[in-house]
Design a protein around this ligand. Sequence first.
Ligand code: HEM
Length: 221
Amino acid sequence: MLRSCTWVHFLMDSDERTVSRYLTRGTDHPNRYRILDVVPVVGAPPVAPSGGMCGLRYETTVPSSSLAPGGPDHPLPIMHFWGVAQHLHYTDRHARVDLETRSRHELPPSERTVAVLIPIRKSAAWWGLSQDKRQEFFLNKARREGHIAIGSRYVEGISRRLYHCRYLDPASPYDFLTYFEFDRLDEPRFRMLLSELRDVRNNPEWVYVEHEYEIWMTKVG
Ligand code: HEM
């Protein structure tokens, strides 16, 4: 039997009714979004880059990767992402306390609140590394900062959630869903964070990213 844990679902469609019907009892913290853009980074996104769609995010403790079947009257949303919140794998106690103390909480819905969902898949070469080798990529080493040191320079302004989806059934095309919120005044800093994390000279972990795109949204509810 699966242990109780937090599942997240992101649903996106051009018709608000298609996503709203999934708001039932047991769905925690639902949020609504207006989708602004879908930006390819590595590989192609599943839908053509476009705005004009709406989104819904909810968390639940009910294990549920798949959505209830659609049908002519209830089509499935154009995009569906699912994942689970897990324990930390690479963060030591010092970094954990530091990040927890300084990290920004989620922002209230507003025309000023930008939300970005970034689904990511890493290569077989990454998953073939030993645990200690993978952890090294997150740490500050000679001549490079690594993921945690880079990210920790941005935590005050940017809220982040990490969901895992590598070993779920049905299988997800991604290993991770990363989700961020910030005030629109902080958008330049968020873009700077992205370019720093993707600079493989300072963060060689990103060599192993084989699929990545950004879904830019406004958090409206
Ligand atoms: C806001 C600044 C950020 C901070 C402080 C931060 C911090 C962290 C930390 C501490 C972990 C390790 C979690 C663990 O121990 O299991 C992690 C994992 C991860 N982060 Fe970030 N991060 C930030 C921004 C980002 C961004 C912008 C992206 C995407 C473009 C991203 C993608 C990921 C992914 C995919 C993982 C999981 C990697 C794996 O387990 O192989 N992070 N992050």
